[in-house]
Design a protein around this ligand. Structure first.
Ligand code: PMP
Length: 389
């Protein structure tokens, strides 16, 4: 019997993530070296875990307040004031969510009416488009090119805005390109947003992972943009806490109230123990974060040098833990390249088309894995590229 017919149309129409497809294929091949995974290879630092353990022993094992424990919301508020100079009231402008993922989904569900357009600069993180579509919105992809540094321009944004545009998604440092935008560049993007009253969903989950002395910039800090910005972040990447599922969303109180309604009725609250772990990491974890960032940076420098030697051009990643080299120079599509690389050299990378049309011709390589794996993967990629010459 065709049970698929019971699915809601938007759900049936969603295509499985390319990342998943590649992992499924890679898992059938023994001895694969993977640059596919977008999660830290570090475990959550012990001191953070111990704070969670202490909270459990102290009996804090029940639901937390729906928006999150106030200590964590205060710490997030202080952190953002220090990082980007924007003040969020912990009482009514911050909700702790089940990862940044819930924050993205709840924001789309709270804001989008059927037919509302959301501009997504591509290549983009895989969850944005499905979340927009599931909420009834219409995705308007905005292709960004390597030549333009994978950055959208104010002119491009202005041209894409229509009377139905409700929101643009910004994600810097970017997954999958590692590209970062400066505050001046974001201030320039803010002009068309302000002029048309368009919201920015700013996913800043990689804000701590910046290299070469870069300072994090946010659209929320652009003149007149705080009220128009929904800032999303979390601790999965910066504190190596993917499994704890702790993120957050900050917005104008009127907007946050809507997002909070969805959070309250669908999730109740994020994990209580996880919140204590994040609180410890955010307040006392600077040395650990620095240690992890220094290690990512060492790997980043290595991978940038190796891809240059192999002859794969790319924008130098300034943040996150991804490199996004251009593989179309070999004459293969990203799907062909990654599949043959996997089968012939047992190296798993993600084909760029999984991040949108403008990702075609590229592949995403995560350097959130050991130096040993990165070296082996680069050697495999080099042998494969040479075999195509
Ligand atoms: N945004 C981006 C850009 C991401 O790469 C990820 C994780 N891959 C998330 C959000 C969601 O992370 P989490 O739900 O673990 O906080």
């Amino acid at each position: 019997m065709d049970m698929q017919k019971y699915l809601k149309r938007q759900v049936a129409d969603i295509q499985p993530s390319v990342i998943r497809k590649f992992f499924d294929l890679a898992s059938t091949i023994p001895g694969v070296v993977s640059l596919g995974i977008g999660e830290p290879d570090f475990s959550t630092p012990k001191a953070f875990c111990e704070a969670g353990y202490r909270s459990m022993l102290a009996g804090k094992t029940g639901y937390s307040p729906n928006p999150g424990i106030i200590e964590l919301r205060r710490a997030i508020s202080d952190y953002l004031a220090g990082l980007i100079g924007v003040e969020y009231n912990p009482e009514n402008q911050i909700v702790v969510t089940v990862g940044g993922s819930e924050a993205i989904d709840a924001t789309c569900r709270a804001l989008l009416e059927p037919g509302d357009e959301v501009i997504i600069p591509e290549p983009a993180f895989v969850s944005y488009a499905p979340c927009v579509e599931l909420a009834g919105g219409v995705v308007v992809p905005l292709p960004c090119t390597m030549e333009a540094g994978f950055k959208l321009t104010p002119q491009q944004l202005e041209a894409a805005i229509t009377p139905r545009t409700k929101m643009v998604v910004l994600n810097f440092p970017s997954n999958p390109t590692g590209v970062v935008m400066s505050q001046d560049e974001l201030n320039a993007l803010a002009v068309p947003l302000r002029n048309h009253g368009v919201l920015a969903l700013s996913d800043e989950i990689y804000a701590e992972l910046l290299y070469d002395g870069r300072k994090h910039a946010s659209i929320a800090a652009a003149p007149g943009m705080q009220d128009l910005t929904i800032l999303i972040s979390g601790f999965s990447k910066s504190l190596a806490m993917t499994g704890w599922r702790i993120g957050y969303v900050c917005a104008h109180p009127d907007i946050l109230r809507g997002i909070y309604k969805i959070h309250q009725f669908s999730l109740s609250c994020a994990s209580t123990t996880g919140q204590y772990v994040a609180l410890e990491g955010l307040t006392n974890g600077h040395a650990e974060v620095e240690r992890m960032v220094a290690e990512y940076d060492r790997r980043r420098r290595f991978i940038v040098r190796r891809f240059a030697e192999i002859g794969l051009p790319m924008c130098e990643p300034g943040g996150a833990f991804y490199a996004f080299p251009k593989i179309s120079v070999t004459g293969l599509s990203s799907d062909e390249f990654c599949e043959q690389l996997l089968l012939q050299q047992k190296v798993a990378c993600i084909p760029g088309y999984g991040f949108g049309q403008s990702g075609e011709g590229f592949m995403r390589c995560s350097y959130a894995t050991s130096m040993e794996n990165i070296e082996a993967a680069c050697n495999g990629i080099e042998r494969f590229v040479n075999s195509l010459k």
